[in-house]
Design a protein. Structure first.
Length: 300
């Protein structure tokens, strides 16, 4: 496969992921938060299991345990996103969740005492300034939905770091499939406790679940590792940085969401901070963080 074709595939994958925020909002119209998560990842798990059922026969106890942990973290990621979308816009959610790229080196420093390179610090400062402009109102208060999306990015970063260590001793594909199943199972249990789980009862809800399960989770996470073999990690990272841009586009096009001048300025700074962190893939020190992010997505 030629690099341009591979990068076009990655662009389509990023488009899927950027659209997921508007589809989650659509699904929340008739489904409970945990119900939506269970259906989304349950469908993705079934599809992945059918495609790779032979590989799943090699699951061992350690892979099963780590898969459960990753499934729990994945549940945290999408629980915060899903609840956050109830009180924030898809545009804000897309930019705030994309801060995962910034949080990875910060948490790596806190948990594993890894050194943070100067350009990463610069990218973090840009991103934090952008968050302030994007989310703080005139009274300097943060909307609950924005805070939940930031927490989602923190969980996403933890998911990346745990995955980066787990794939050294476990089968990465099986881990990816198992975490989808565990996330769906955990969400189903929570839905049974706090909600009344059901199948979608409207056409928009069915469209949302099928799009999230098949396109955003199934096709997205299968096409991504295939295409990434034929391009560089840096170019892959820069393409993925377009995810919040697509989220903002879908929010504007389908939900009529618009940002103020201050909001657009903040979004631009967040995006610049993310791109600055991604460009560190050219350096040996930060390349590991970028590769870990790509590895985590490949494992799903």
């Amino acid at each position: 496969m030629k690099p341009r074709k591979a990068e076009f595939m990655l662009l389509i994958v990023t488009l899927f992921w950027g659209s997921s925020y508007i589809f989650m909002k659509m699904g929340l119209g008739t489904l409970g938060e945990f119900n939506l998560i269970a259906l989304r990842f349950g469908l993705a798990f079934v599809l992945a299991s059918l495609l790779f059922h032979r590989r799943l026969r090699r699951i061992d106890a350690r892979t099963l345990k780590v898969g459960a942990l990753l499934g729990f973290l994945l549940l945290g990621v999408f629980t915060f996103i899903t609840f956050g979308l109830k009180t924030t816009t898809t545009s804000n959610a897309g930019f705030l969740v994309a801060l995962t790229v910034v949080f990875v080196p910060l948490l790596d420093r806190i948990i594993f005492k890894k050194t943070i390179a100067a350009p990463q610090i610069f990218g973090t400062v840009l991103a934090i300034t952008g968050i302030a402009l994007l989310t703080l109102n005139a009274s300097l208060q943060l909307a609950p939905g924005d805070l939940l999306c930031i927490l989602s990015a923190v969980f996403y970063a933890l998911q990346i770091l745990v995955t980066g260590r787990a794939v050294k001793t476990c089968d990465s594909l099986n881990l990816g499939i198992l975490q989808l199943g565990f996330a769906a199972g955990f969400a189903l249990v929570l839905s049974l406790i706090f909600e009344s789980p059901s199948l979608p009862s409207s056409t928009p809800a069915w469209i949302a679940i099928l799009a999230l399960g098949i396109l955003c989770s199934g096709c997205g996470f299968i096409l991504q590792p295939i295409a990434q073999k034929y391009t560089t990690p840096t170019r892959t990272g820069l393409i993925f940085a377009l995810e919040p841009v697509f989220a903002a586009f879908f929010g504007f096009w389908f939900a009529g969401e618009e940002l103020s001048l201050q909001g657009y300025t903040g979004a631009a700074l967040v995006l610049l901070g993310i791109v600055a962190s991604e460009l560190l893939g050219k350096t040996p020190l930060a390349g590991g963080h970028v590769r870990t992010l790509k590895k985590r997505r490949a494992d799903l």
